[in-house]
Design a protein around this ligand. Structure first.
Ligand code: ADP
Ligand code: MG
Length: 278
């Protein structure tokens, strides 16, 4: 396996060229580079000689929500591991906000930069109420400012109310997390991530095990969240992906197999062959 870790920042950064080309293709004016929130280029990662991620490139705009689909083992979770610093790629570039080389930072750093990740299994504090879970999450993300306790309490309460509303749990605030439905636990965990005020939210298979009604509500919830942040959501449920109504990337064997609207991607014979036609 190659090669030198690509951690050098070349100028002009290649994505500028890529973006310019894409925009020219769409007939748009060249927008400032800061509009790209996440930029992966030529990323590869092997485990014992097996290429889990293979020359993967992906560009996410600020404020964009992207759905990632693809068969089991395609590298979807590994891609999230790389973005969040859990796994270091062998080669390739991973930039956040156009400037920050994520391959040079560890998980804690990356979380504090504003990248929140929701794993498949909810990890809420079961014996605490919904509101206490959020209280803890908000306190845990406290900045160094707001030394005035009263003012801070007011701000945190407002934030809590806002999050409770977003994740559809206002009426469940006093319920123990253990007594929530599976779907509500997932929403609570999304709420706990929102407490960190991330710019980018990575969500891995959020609707697995949810009822149809919860699944539909989750699509609405994520669309609301995506009005103020970027979201990358991995999901197999095509009904859910359709409800998101966003650009879709299909991964296969660690690379992008197809990308575009859901209609475009799901009509792509390559996608039908390896994924949808299973
Ligand atoms: P997906 O989420 O698309 O189902 P994953 O990213 O979990 O796929 O896995 C991609 C491939 O990489 C799989 O073959 C998996 O077994 C392998 N893999 C992922 N993480 C590791 C690891 N830490 N060690 C060894 N193999 C891994
Ligand atoms: Mg996975």
């Amino acid at each position: 396996m190659s090669a030198t870790p690509t951690t050098t920042f070349v100028s002009p950064h290649p994505y500028a060229t890529l973006r310019a080309a894409e925009e020219a293709e769409r007939g748009e004016a060249i927008s400032p580079r800061r509009e790209t929130l996440l930029y992966l280029n030529g990323v590869s990662k092997s485990f014992d000689g097996f290429k889990a991620i293979n020359n993967l490139s992906l560009v996410l705009q600020r404020g964009e929500m992207r759905a990632i689909i693809g068969p089991n083992g395609a590298g979807k979770t590994t891609m999230m591991d790389i973005i969040t610093g859990k796994t270091r790629p062998d080669t390739g570039e991973v930039f956040f906000g156009g400037e920050t080389d994520l391959t040079r930072h560890d998980e804690a750093d990356i979380a504090s930069m504003g990248i929140g990740r929701k794993f498949q299994k909810p990890t809420v504090f079961e014996s605490h109420s919904v509101e206490d879970n959020l209280r803890l999450a908000i306190a845990g993300s406290r900045g160094v400012f707001s030394a005035l306790f009263h003012r801070r309490d007011m701000a945190e309460r407002a934030r809590r109310e806002e999050i409770l509303e977003t994740v559809r749990l206002s009426a469940k605030r006093n319920t123990r997390a253990a007594d929530l439905s599976h779907g509500q636990k997932q929403w609570l965990e999304i709420g706990m991530l929102l407490a960190q005020d991330p710019q980018l939210l990575l969500v891995d298979e959020p609707v697995a095990g949810m009822t149809d009604a919860e699944t539909e509500e989750t699509a609405r919830l994520l669309r609301e969240i995506a009005q103020t942040r970027s979201v990358v959501v991995v999901e197999h449920d095509m009904h859910f992906v359709r409800a998101l109504g966003v650009k879709v990337t299909c991964l296969h064997e660690g690379s992008v197999l197809s990308e575009g609207t859901l209609d475009h991607v799901s009509a792509d014979p390559k996608v039908v062959e390896v994924y949808l036609g299973r």
